[in-house]
Design a protein around this ligand. Structure first.
Ligand code: ARG
Length: 461
């Protein structure tokens, strides 16, 4: 049978393989609510501008609402023969209301229709992501507050560097996720233009009111160039980029959780709710959720690269290639939602071993910089000389297999005679941490100040 949408020109129907490669209904049915919402707004505008009759508009609206409830009740029959969500809805509309259904597509093309549906969907997903990030930020802030003064080793090259507080470390993620959230909002801001009315690519001769549909659909304004409108998928690419960056942040923390929860580190214990056991080794408690967060980041990166590759080199305006934009976005959205929820749960019930963290913070000569700084401050040495003297002290401690503060005053004075008893006050991890009061530093008072600011900010938006 020839196609009901373009059968005029076609004598026979498509090959089964053609139908299979062409159909998108298996995934774009996800856009049903956006598709119907867009059609309702379009029909209302067509009636308002006198392009269709009010009577037809009422029939169309009634039919579309019936379809919406059929889909939501699970009684709607999707058909691959009808290719995509747009034609599935329109064909059913014709069944329900007859010839008036044929007027809905006046001054519209599937090209602006799909651009609209997808934009609406991505906008809603970005709003969901914003909410999920806000919940995760809340979880971080609560734990950071609790651990503003909990001392742990800070690392560079994964080698003990300087003592920091666990609250400060968590607040580093608050900064990253806060930027992710502002990227989400930027993306919403930029996609907030309504594609409807661009039609196939050139606009339309009908006297439509694009401002009216834009407003009805909650967009700031209509898009300004009809060719760009049906060609553009940057909004999807932006969502994927934001998702990939955010996932990357989550995966770094996931990696740290994997490391911290090893018996060798023992900094944290995952709750039973967010870990798994082993079917053979009874002692095991595995950080599967963290590992999967780490791994799923690869998948989201793949989704981004996939769509960038689809779009690269496509001539303007619409090409069917662009139908391949959806699955990557749906996959990344579902994956990121799950990752954010899992991280929120994991952070919320992470058990922290303060003793293990503090003990590790004191090993590895983590206060060597404090000794060097003391020599600069109290003995007037240039930093490079102080660095050298401290290096000798570390070498001596290493040789004696003891901590820096366990060296005697005599031993330290043999390295530099200006050293006095006072030096021991800076060699403890607590004093080291407490002294880092510079803006954004690890001193508990400063960490608490940043937490307070973030809490205010989170409440505000
Ligand atoms: N299913 C199509 C897509 O997702 C809808 C647009 C089709 N437009 C067209 N000219 N064939 O891109």
């Amino acid at each position: 049978a020839s196609n009901r949408m373009w059968g005029g020109r076609f004598a026979s129907g498509p090959d089964a393989v053609m139908e299979a490669i062409n159909a998108s209904i298996d995934f774009d049915r996800k856009l049903y609510a956006q598709d119907i919402r867009g059609s309702l707004a379009h029909a209302a505008m067509l009636a308002e501008t006198g392009i269709i009759s009010t009577e037809d508009e009422q029939k169309i609206a009634h039919g579309l609402n019936t379809i919406l409830s059929e889909i939501e009740a699970g009684t709607f029959e999707f058909s691959a023969r009808l290719e995509d969500i747009h034609m599935n809805v329109e064909a059913r509309l014709a069944e329900l209301i007859g010839p008036a259904a044929g007027r809905l597509h006046t001054a519209r093309s599937r090209n602006d229709q799909v651009a609209l549906d997808f934009r609406l969907w991505v906008k809603e997903e970005l709003e969901r992501t914003d909410q999920a990030l806000s919940r995760l930020l809340g979880a971080f802030l609560a734990r950071a507050e609790e651990h503003a003064a909990t001392i742990m080793p800070g690392f560079t090259h994964l080698q003990t560097a300087q003592p920091v507080t666990f609250g400060h470390h968590l607040m580093a993620y608050v900064e990253m996720l806060g930027r992710d959230r502002s990227r989400v909002r930027d993306a919403i801001e930029r996609l907030d233009e309504c594609p409807l009315g661009a039609a196939a690519l050139a606009g339309t001769g009908f006297a439509i009111d694009r401002h009216m549909t834009a407003e009805a659909l909650g967009f700031r304004e209509p898009t300004r160039n009809s060719i760009d409108t049906v060609s553009d998928r940057d909004f999807a690419l932006e969502f994927l980029s934001v998702a990939a960056i955010c996932a990357t942040h989550l995966s770094r923390l996931a990696e740290e959780i994997v490391i911290w929860s090893t018996p060798q580190f023992g900094f944290v214990r995952l709750s039973d709710a967010f870990s798994t056991g082993s079917s053979i080794m009874p002692q095991k408690k595995n950080p599967d959720a963290a590992e999967l967060i780490r791994a799923k980041t690869g998948r989201i990166n793949g989704d981004l690269i996939g769509l960038l590759t689809v779009m690269k080199g496509l001539p303007l305006a619409y090409s069917k290639d662009m139908q391949e934009d959806k699955e990557n976005v749906f996959d990344a959205a579902e994956t990121l939602d799950l990752m954010l929820a899992a991280m929120t749960g994991m952070i919320g019930d992470l058990e922290v071993n303060r003793q293990a963290m503090k003990k590790a913070a004191g090993s590895g000569y983590s206060t060597a910089t404090d000794l060097a700084d003391w020599l600069v401050r109290e003995a007037g040495l240039p930093f490079r000389d102080a660095h050298h003297a401290t290096g000798r002290a570390v070498a001596l401690a290493e040789e004696k297999k003891c901590a820096l503060e366990k060296l005697s005053l005599e031993e330290l004075q043999a390295i530099n005679p200006a050293i006095t008893d006072d030096v021991f006050s800076v060699l403890s991890v607590s004093n080291s941490v407490r002294s880092r009061t510079s803006y954004g530093g690890t001193a508990p008072a400063e960490v608490r100040r940043q937490i307070r600011n973030w809490k205010k900010r989170l409440k505000r938006d």
